[in-house]
Design a protein around this ligand. Structure first.
Ligand code: 13P
Ligand code: SF4
Length: 302
């Protein structure tokens, strides 16, 4: 049944001149029919060089919006209309506008996990794949606000000895990972390297061998001599790693780490999106013009 659906999707994709971009966290079946699978940074780069008429974006809404900003001529369709990122919603444009009015001198660094309306108000974007590289180059004599992820911001502050102000957002999925989860996994698999996402709390990052973006995890495994790894991020990543590195062993934590929004994207919805359903990303001209600037700045610096 899935094989028939996969064949139907491939046929429709060619007929409609569409490309399918998929984030590393999405269901295994959907990863299998992707034209490209990656982290937020890689997906942004792919969207920028896109030539297809339609992008079927299998990720959460802020990722689809970023694709639209970077590929304005393409129609960007989200198969699951309700796949959002709760962390992105934790910094609404209205709240940021008020904060900026009270802090006009601040330079604003936005994690790419923000709405397009919020991006239109910030100086530069970063992803977890390039945050360290970019933040290191900024003029820290000015007050700097990092938003919305307080964990990513705190991890950067700690590692780089910075004092950025932090918005109080976080990712429910990663914030749930505790130091005890990591200790238990290490006790069960003592020879494994521990990789966690940079959205985890600093006290979790402290116990890991590396804190990375999802693409950073792939590179780490590729370069590592270790035979097995404990993976502290959304479970879709484990399928991705197993597919690329069948000779290595990957362990999750003692409870499921799931992003319910990423898991809303299914093969039938991808097929339906190619048949004209799904949610098309529409942004006003003003947001298109303003929100692309911090993303372009990020791509130039990364
Ligand atoms: P990556 O850029 O590392 O893929 O992370 C995106 C994200 O939303 C992680 O929760
Ligand atoms: Fe957003 Fe967290 Fe899901 Fe990533 S894992 S998309 S940050 S809710």
């Amino acid at each position: 049944m899935n094989e028939d659906l996969k064949a139907e999707i491939t046929k429709l994709k060619h007929e409609k001149h569409a490309t399918i971009l998929v984030h590393n966290y999405v269901e295994a079946d959907v990863q299998d029919i992707a034209d490209f699978i990656g982290d937020s940074l890689e997906l942004s780069r792919k969207a920028k060089e896109n030539q297809a008429e339609i992008i079927i974006f299998c990720g959460v809404r802020f990722m689809g919006e970023t694709a639209k900003l970077l590929s304005p001529k393409a129609r960007v369709i989200m198969p699951a209309a309700n796949a959002g990122c709760p962390m992105a919603e934790m910094c609404q444009a209205e709240a940021l506008r008020a904060w900026k009015a009270a802090n006009p001198e601040a330079y604003i660094v936005a994690y790419v996990n923000t709405t397009a309306a919020t991006k239109a108000l910030v100086d530069i974007c970063v992803t977890s794949g390039n945050a360290e590289r970019i933040v290191t180059k900024l003029d820290m004599k000015r007050p700097v606000m990092f938003l919305p992820d307080q964990n990513l911001g705190a991890n950067l502050n700690r590692k780089l000895g910075l004092n950025m102000m932090l918005w109080n957002g976080y990712c429910h999925t990663h914030n749930r990972i505790s130091p005890d989860d990591i200790r238990q996994a290490k006790a069960q698999h003592p020879d494994s390297s521990v990789l966690v996402h940079l959205e985890c709390k600093p006290e979790v990052v402290e116990l890991a061998d590396a804190a990375l973006s999802t693409a950073g995890m792939l590179t780490f495994v590729q370069k590592s001599n270790a035979k097995s790894f404990i993976i502290g991020t959304e479970e879709g990543m484990i399928y991705r790693l197993e597919t690329l590195f069948p000779d290595r062993q990957f362990y999750g934590l003692n409870h499921p780490i799931l992003c319910p929004n990423m898991k809303r994207i299914t093969l039938p919805l991808v097929r339906d999106a190619l048949l004209g359903k799904g949610l098309e990303i529409q942004l006003s001209d003003e947001i298109m013009t303003k929100a692309v600037l911090p993303i372009e700045r990020m791509l130039e610096m990364s």
